[in-house]
Design a protein around this ligand. Structure first.
Ligand SMILES: Nc1ncnc2c1ncn2[C@@H]1O[C@H](COP(=O)(O)OP(=O)(O)OP(=O)(O)O)[C@@H](O)[C@H]1O
Ligand SMILES: [Mg+2]
Length: 409
């Protein structure tokens, strides 16, 4: 790609994309909610606790995984408090089943996506042939149930920034890994399936070892599968990190600082110097040699421990050593770069879900961010307690207000 041309979005054919209509039933605080949206910035204002973040969370459930709060299915069911003799009775809540339906636009296509919970059964893992009932999330595209959530990636992708992510660079590596994996999903829809498969295999391997079962055949088979899936995960992460780094190099270092991204993981490092088949063999050996670690609660090395490191490029400073405001700006830089990069490579932009994103930004940064969002021509859902901060988008955004578990324009 010619670098002079590469980063001017207007020179590329791009498809407008986003949610045109969102319907929630018994989801969190909403009994029934319908929002008719537009493909532009959407400012959702309301008091604390009114239900702003819940709307963003519902949209995040249109992508693979557990949404922007990483919630359990039971948590998002609308809880109805019960009263007994006029007294609130906190234990007697009635959990209702939730559903989310959305009309999505991607270029000329209109796609209907629906997701809800379904009761299912599976055999118990305790060798007692008992069937256990459990709940799972089902997804339908245009009325047809899909077997893998990864398929959603063909029609919609979303990137989010939440106040919880203000601590992304400070704590353990897991949230950073998930953040990176979500950036990969947008480019490689199979990645969602791979990470889910790896987690499943890992849990099974861990459980067998923890229970002290000496099923060597089964353990070896799990290790083979973990190694194959793990190497594919590592390769996709490397590819996305390299793609974004190349892209960011050509981005201006302005109000939002230029970043450098790095992967710190044993398997990812091996791929620097060895062909994938050899790395797969080494990974298998590595897993086998770590069987004892499970019993002693020691760390298990592999793609489950990879860290995603971010640096403030100009300062050469690791993100965790930057100020709170700088860390937020670094995250915004990554999200803006990903959004542009995805539009150029895939032809359609991700939906941005920005929860209280301007809360800690100074006036210059806030206005610069709004200008950039406008230029990207993406659908960005932005929550705020103070819509006046968005006055400059008066003619370019849809303003919605959440009140009494409902949304008004
Ligand atoms: N499963 C549930 N059933 C019913 N209500 C719920 C459920 N989960 C959360 N809520 C309620 O939804 C309300 C709105 O939450 P939400 O986080 O969306 O508010 P918000 O407008 O983003 O607030 P803030 O400005 O403080 O971030 C909260 O009062 C919360 O208690
Ligand atoms: Mg909120």
């Amino acid at each position: 790609m010619d670098n002079n041309l590469a980063y001017n979005l207007n020179q590329f054919v791009k498809e407008k994309s986003g949610v045109l209509r969102l319907t929630l039933t018994d989801f969190r605080n909403y009994q029934f909610l319908r929002i008719n949206a537009e493909l532009c910035p959407i400012i959702i204002s309301g008091e604390n606790g009114s239900g702003k973040t819940n709307i963003l969370e519902a949209i995040s459930f249109l992508t693979p995984g557990r949404g922007l709060r990483g919630a359990r299915l039971a948590d998002i069911k609308r809880m109805v408090p019960q009263y007994m003799n006029d007294e609130y009775c906190p234990t007697a809540i009635t959990p209702l089943n939730w559903a989310i339906a959305a009309e999505i636009c991607k270029g000329d296509e209109i796609i209907n996506i629906g997701t809800a919970v379904e009761q299912s059964t599976r055999e118990s893992s305790d060798d007692d042939d008992e069937l256990r009932s459990f709940e799972r999330r089902i997804v339908k595209i245009d009325g047809n149930k899909i077997s893998s959530q990864a398929e959603l990636g063909k029609y919609i992708s979303a990137i989010w920034l939440t106040p919880q992510m203000d601590r992304l660079f400070r704590g353990g590596s897991q949230p950073r890994r998930s953040f990176l994996d979500r950036l990969v999903f947008a480019f490689d829809t199979e990645h969602a399936k791979r990470t889910a498969t790896f987690d499943h295999l890992y849990k099974e391997w861990f459980r067998i070892l923890k229970e002290g079962k000496k099923d060597n055949f089964w353990l070896t088979s799990l290790e083979e599968n973990m190694a194959a899936t793990g190497v594919a995960i590592a390769a996709a992460r490397r590819e996305q990190t390299a793609r974004l780094n190349t892209f960011i190099e050509h981005e201006p270092d302005d109000v939002f600082p230029s970043v450098r991204l790095e992967l710190n993981g044993t398997i990812e490092k091996m791929l620097d110097t060895m062909p994938a088949v050899e790395v797969e063999d080494r990974y298998k050996q590595l897993l086998c040699s770590q069987r004892q670690n499970v019993l002693y609660n020691d760390n298990i090395d592999g793609v489950n421990r990879t860290d995603f490191k971010v640096y403030y490029r100009k300062k050469g400073m690791p993100a965790e050593m930057c100020s709170t405001g700088e860390q937020k700006s670094l995250l915004i830089s990554i999200i803006l770069a990903q959004s542009k990069c995805q539009t150029l490579h895939k032809g359609f932009a991700p939906i941005l879900l920005l929860d209280e994103v301007v809360a800690h930004l100074d006036d210059i940064k806030r206005e610069a961010l709004l200008e950039k969002i406008k230029d990207l021509e993406v659908q960005a859902w932005i929550t705020t307690t103070n819509p006046e901060l968005f006055a400059s988008l008066k003619n370019d955004a849809l303003f919605l207000r959440v009140e009494n578990n409902n949304v008004i324009s």
